[in-house]
Design a protein around this ligand. Structure first.
Ligand code: 5RP
Length: 224
């Protein structure tokens, strides 16, 4: 099976998971990226089971609306039982790096509200130690060079993702060369830099359930 087929497999498993676990008439949280897109397509058949959806990006909002979903502003919603999203890297403790699609801030906000964060990925995303995938950091545009200097002091080599503007009007620095032994500490340290909106480490609020696909099928892992 190629990577696209593995993504489709795990997207289908995620739709079955939410069908079984999400309360009827609840709001579903929906992430961003190619795996999340396949999940959205699978979700179409379950549309009437949900009172609406909250999307972590404009791209996902548009895709959901095309399927007839009512997409809600997060400020109208107090409970999201399940949030489903992809990831760029996943460690054994279910800390993840996200933000390859530049949606990390909205993703982190929706994950914070959600009772359960279900991560969907093919097995190529699993690593022993996070950091091979460059860590995305969303930055206020005027602070870009200042933040880059501070990130170098933390041992990384930031690279400006030129031409990319986030849904929030900000820029992305991708930090190369990190070997992230303590994801919780690094997530917090980077977020302390003035001008950083947030970074793509989801460690303080890690994944609750991981659905991961390989040639043998889909495996489910649970934190705690
Ligand atoms: C977007 C993300 C995505 O979830 C992550 O980049 C994985 O994407 P894909 O499913 O396309 O591999 O964090 O900001």
């Amino acid at each position: 099976m190629n990577q696209d087929q593995l993504k489709a497999l795990v997207a289908r498993a995620a739709a079955e998971y939410v069908e079984e676990h999400a309360p009827c008439d609840s709001v579903i949280g929906v992430g961003t990226g190619s795996t999340a897109n396949l999940f959205i397509d699978e979700l179409g058949r379950l549309k009437d089971r949900f009172s609406g959806a909250v999307a972590s990006s404009e791209a996902s909002r548009v895709r959901l609306e095309k399927l007839g979903f009512r997409v809600l502003d997060l400020n109208e919603v107090s409970e999201i039982p399940i949030y489903v999203d992809g990831a760029d890297e996943i460690d054994p403790a279910l800390h993840v790096i996200k933000g390859g699609g530049a949606a990390l801030t909205r993703e982190k906000i929706v994950a914070a509200v959600a009772a359960k964060f279900v991560c969907i990925a093919d097995a190529s995303k699993r690593v022993e130690v996070l950091g091979r995938f460059p860590l995305p950091v969303e930055v206020i545009p005027m602070a870009r060079e200042y933040v880059a200097r501070q990130l170098r002091k933390l041992g990384g080599e930031p690279c400006w993702r030129e031409g990319v503007v986030t849904d929030n009007g900000n820029v992305i620095l991708d930090v190369h060369g990190l070997r992230i032994a303590d994801p919780v500490a690094l997530e917090s340290a980077i977020n302390q830099i003035v001008g950083v909106v947030t970074n793509g480490l989801f460690a303080a609020r890690a994944v609750d359930v991981l659905l991961v696909s390989n040639a043998d099928g889909v495996q489910r892992m649970q934190r705690g």
